[in-house]
Ligand binder design. Structure first.
Ligand code: 8Y7
Length: 264
């Protein structure tokens, strides 16, 4: 899954598709096309930055950023598009514009999100987060992070099933860096298989994250080697989808991992 951010304030590729304050559709399309050429199977499009301190967006701003891009990519490139949103109206509009999957860092907890997601009929990624984006890193606390994340995701799966989103349409994600210390993130990665019940696919987002910065002392622009190492570790522990910024490099790593780890 390649990341295509449409927010002017994303921490890793912020503003790159903005020209005098508005989204440059052609540039964003070119970037999506490049990621597909490099081997991405899914393009993840988001219109709300979850970075601490990011400007809150209105529903209309999110719609304006996301919907035209979903429309352009689905009609011109025919790619599988995931929409990173927690907003019910954006879920409905994105599905109508051709999105093939929903990615919600709030696991459909916003009022109306469960029902809106169910009505689209699309697969949904449910991510765990402790707290809210602005303050989640202040003092994350767990007694058993793996058990708590797994328990939360199981609860959300149940809530989905109750509104008619079957288990077979769900993907689970421990939410690396979302209300977690480095120790929490490391424990979740170490025990990744235990985060999801057998048979439910796992998604992992580790690309360029600040845990790499802290553990290795690296700026965002220096985090590719760390990102690749964590991508491979996650794949070896059962992650089926990796959310990444550097598609070509990650595909190389995964091709080799699969050649070595294939069942004999
Ligand atoms: C994740 C994510 C982000 C993640 C899923 C970043 C939108 C922060 N991270 N979605 N989104 N999982 N499912 O560092 O880990 O890219 S935004």
């Amino acid at each position: 899954m390649g990341v295509l951010n449409t927010t002017p304030d994303s921490f890793s590729d912020g503003g790159s598709y903005y020209r005098s304050g508005s989204l440059d559709l052609d540039m964003a399309l070119a970037r999506a096309e490049q990621m597909l050429r490099e081997g991405a199977a899914i393009i993840d499009i988001g219109g709300e930055s979850t970075r601490p301190g990011a400007e809150p967006v209105t529903e209309q701003q999110e719609l304006d950023r996301v919907v035209p891009l979903v429309e352009a990519i689905s009609s011109r490139l025919g790619a599988l598009i995931s929409v990173d949103t927690s907003t019910p109206a954006v879920m409905s509009a994105a599905a109508a514009a051709g999105a093939g999957m929903l990615n919600d860092v709030r696991a459909l907890e916003r009022p109306g999100a469960l029902e809106a997601a169910a009505a689209t009929g699309l697969p949904v990624c449910l991510m765990h987060m402790q707290g809210q984006p602005g303050t989640m890193q202040q003092a994350p606390e767990y007694s058993d992070v793996v058990a708590e994340v797994r328990g939360y995701l199981q609860h959300r799966m149940q809530a989905c099933e109750e509104v008619g989103i079957p288990r077979s349409r769900l993907i689970l994600d421990p939410g690396f860096g979302f209300g977690k210390t480095d120790e929490h993130n490391l424990a979740l990665l170490r025990k990744l298989e235990r985060v999801a019940p057998e048979g439910t696919p796992l998604l992992a987002g580790l690309s360029r994250k600040s845990m790499i910065g802290r553990l290795l002392g690296r700026e965002v622009s220096e985090r590719l080697p760390g990102s690749l190492a964590l991508a491979m570790l996650a794949a070896q522990r059962g992650a089926r989808i990796l959310r990444v910024h550097d598609v070509a490099a990650t595909v190389d790593v995964l091709r080799l991992q699969q050649l070595v780890d294939r069942p004999d």
